[in-house]
Design a binder for this molecule. Structure first.
Ligand SMILES: *[C@@H]1O[C@H](CO)[C@@H](O)[C@H](O)[C@H]1NC(C)=O
Ligand SMILES: *[C@@H]1O[C@H](CO)[C@@H](O)[C@H](O)[C@H]1NC(C)=O
Ligand SMILES: *[C@@H]1O[C@H](CO)[C@@H](O)[C@H](O)[C@H]1NC(C)=O
Ligand SMILES: *[C@@H]1O[C@H](CO)[C@@H](O)[C@H](O)[C@H]1NC(C)=O
Ligand SMILES: *[C@@H]1O[C@H](CO)[C@@H](O)[C@H](O)[C@H]1NC(C)=O
Ligand SMILES: *[C@@H]1O[C@H](CO)[C@@H](O)[C@H](O)[C@H]1NC(C)=O
Ligand SMILES: *[C@@H]1O[C@H](CO)[C@@H](O)[C@H](O)[C@H]1NC(C)=O
Ligand SMILES: *[C@@H]1O[C@H](CO)[C@@H](O)[C@H](O)[C@H]1NC(C)=O
Ligand SMILES: *[C@@H]1O[C@H](CO)[C@@H](O)[C@H](O)[C@H]1NC(C)=O
Ligand SMILES: *[C@@H]1O[C@H](CO)[C@@H](O)[C@H](O)[C@H]1NC(C)=O
Ligand SMILES: *[C@@H]1O[C@H](CO)[C@@H](O)[C@H](O)[C@H]1NC(C)=O
Ligand SMILES: *[C@@H]1O[C@H](CO)[C@@H](O)[C@H](O)[C@H]1NC(C)=O
Length: 475
């Protein structure tokens, strides 16, 4: 699904006659604010429902025997009303000798498996921040010193699978780790540290030392209570509120890791995207990769592929939380589901594009969106009689290029005034598309990240554009 999102964007921006812009890493338009009323999104959600309903009725795929809950959410949702939701109860659920629910919905409890790690790191960040990420783990869990043989493993290493410790997902099963959850006294010295499930257990021990209270209390106080996650559990809740897709004796809820509902996971996702418990700066740091791998960039503990995903399967349960901070949206799936989301050009066109004219000076600027290109394009730009397109192309290339491109991208910088109106800063990236190399393997072909604020005009950054929006987000 997430590969598709990235692939989709890549396709859009590579089909424009061989010449592509080089946008800055990050969002290419301001985050959409109005998804639930967007006709595009409404149509997409209707299509998605039709796809899922057709799947639900198709017994050839085996989906018949899977119950699932899926939601899509955004930072602009009202309360806990998601952008999209769909719940499917397998026909055979009622016939099992099950102590669980017979109908799944937004509040049905599933096992979360590896998704538990999001809760661990989020609790850690809310309780202790990221200031300790470079501290050695032995500062906080000194009993590990004997095991580590001078290997300097930091808190941040543990939070991002970077500790270089052997995988515990293979043959060596630690006595104490993810399944079942264990307490500190039960940690077995000499056991292999781990992809690493154990790393997150150790992270919670470090947090206990820092916070001076047990992890479950931090989880409760810092995450579950403030976010009102009333159906998220560290230990097994009453089976009557969970889905148990099999005989109670063979697949009950009890084998460890946390438990939650789709509504709670979406609330957690919204709070991360809104920075409701962390500072925006800390959230942005959290959303940056700490390492690169061929297929994914582990990142405390997301796998980064433009979308930030955490997926899991444990026993009969699968779960997924995906966050797309550039769009301010995400989705959560318990068991199964598939579709792609995209909508932001529309709002950028409505709220940022157009002609801007000065009443006093010969100054004007025109911004347009183009579905084949990233960001807002500048097509003409006169400042007090000076053609700034010519000035900037000359500054960039020391000549006038017919292939000069100036496009604006979001900076996430904004100031909100007392009346709710906002000043939002977008940054222009200037490029000479004609000079781009075709075979990019060993060239710095997309090197625009070096350029922001490189050009200054009358002591002002040439590339900063400030838009004033009314409290509703309209220009
Ligand atoms: C679904 O397919 C399975 C396997 O082919 C079959 O045993 C089952 O009866 C089917 N269920 C329904 C409701 O058609
Ligand atoms: C481990 O790394 C931390 C942070 O970089 C450093 O402060 C500390 O001195 C190191 N300890 C050892 C034993 O190398
Ligand atoms: C911790 O786990 C050990 C071993 O499973 C057990 O003996 C001990 O009672 C547990 N302690 C607490 C506080 O739960
Ligand atoms: C679990 O919930 C059911 C239904 O509400 C109730 O009858 C039962 O007493 C509960 N069990 C426990 C251990 O709380
Ligand atoms: C449930 O248990 C019964 C009795 O042990 C067994 O016959 C049946 O196959 C089981 N069903 C499933 C879905 O595991
Ligand atoms: C149903 O499950 C309960 C306990 O989970 C067990 O005692 C009972 O024998 C089961 N009944 C059947 C028909 O399998
Ligand atoms: C399921 O629950 C029963 C009774 O609570 C327990 O004895 C059994 O070990 C559990 N099975 C698994 C696979 O956790
Ligand atoms: C957790 O993720 C790892 C790596 O993808 C996988 O090997 C393991 O089976 C997962 N465990 C659970 C409980 O989902
Ligand atoms: C606009 O240009 C004129 C003529 O060059 C100059 O006198 C005036 O100060 C400029 N105004 C501003 C606001 O830059
Ligand atoms: C404004 O400036 C542009 C660029 O120098 C020039 O082409 C245009 O004629 C000017 N318009 C007016 C009304 O002076
Ligand atoms: C540069 O611009 C000229 C004139 O618009 C156009 O014919 C040519 O295809 C462009 N070249 C590139 C590489 O964009
Ligand atoms: C949001 O949508 C409503 C209804 O379609 C519209 O009136 C409003 O202007 C939109 N706001 C923004 C910021 O686009």
């Amino acid at each position: 699904m997430f590969f598709r999102v990235v692939f989709f964007l890549a396709c859009i921006f590579s089909t424009s006659h061989g010449v592509t812009n080089c946008p800055l890493e990050g969002p290419i338009f301001p985050k959409p604010q109005n998804l639930s009323t967007s006709a595009t999104i409404k149509a997409a959600m209707k299509d998605l429902t039709a796809v899922l309903v057709a799947r639900d009725a198709d017994n050839s795929t085996g989906v018949y025997t899977n119950s699932y809950s899926v939601q899509a959410f955004s930072t602009s949702d009202t309360g806990s009303t998601p952008l999209f939701h769909h719940y499917y109860t397998a026909p055979n659920l009622a016939t099992f000798n099950s102590t669980g629910v017979t109908q799944v919905d937004a509040d049905t409890v599933y096992r979360m498996g590896n998704l538990t790690k999001i809760f661990t790191v989020y609790t850690f960040l809310v309780e202790a921040g990221d200031i300790h990420f470079n501290s050695p783990i032995t500062d906080y869990v000194p009993e590990l010193a004997a095991l580590l043989n001078n290997r300097n493993i930091t808190i941040g290493d543990l939070a991002s699978h970077m500790a270089g410790i052997a995988s515990d997902t293979q043959t060596e099963v630690p006595k104490c780790g993810a399944y079942p959850l264990c307490n500190r006294t039960a940690f077995a010295p000499g056991e292999t540290l781990a992809y690493s499930n154990v790393a997150f257990q150790i992270l919670s021990y470090a947090l206990e030392t820092m916070a001076g209270r047990n992890y479950q209390t931090s989880l409760q106080d810092k995450l579950l209570k403030p976010l009102n996650l009333a159906h998220t559990f560290y230990t097994m809740p009453n089976e009557s509120i969970g889905v148990i897709p099999g005989n109670a004796s063979t697949d009950n809820l009890s084998a460890g890791m946390m438990y939650s509902t789709i509504a709670d996971i979406s609330s957690l996702g919204r709070s991360i995207l809104r920075s409701s418990l962390l500072s925006p700066a800390q959230t942005r740091r959290w959303f940056k990769p700490t390492a690169l791998t061929i297929i994914m960039d582990p990142d405390r503990p997301y796998e980064l592929i433009t979308a930030y995903n955490k997926a899991s399967s444990i026993g009969s349960y699968s779960s997924l939380l995906a966050l797309l901070p550039e769009f301010g949206i995400g989705f959560s799936v318990l068991i199964a589901g598939d579709h792609a989301l995209n909508n932001w050009v529309e709002e950028a066109q409505a709220n940022y594009a157009g002609n801007y004219l000065s009443s006093e000076l010969n100054s004007s600027v025109t911004f347009i969106t183009d579905t084949s290109k990233p960001g807002l394009g500048i097509t003409s730009w006169i400042s007090n009689g000076t053609d700034m397109m010519a000035v900037s192309t000359y500054l960039l290339t020391s000549s006038i290029s017919a292939n000069f491109s100036a496009r604006l991208y979001p900076t996430d910088l904004q100031v909100t005034a007392a009346d709710g109106s906002k000043q939002v800063v977008l940054k222009a990236i200037f490029e000479d598309l004609a000079t781009q190399a075709k075979d990019s393997k060993f060239t710095a072909v997309c090197g625009t990240w070096i350029e922001p604020t490189a050009f200054v005009y009358g002591a002002m950054a040439l590339d900063g554009f400030v838009f004033t929006l009314d409290p509703s987000g309209m220009r």
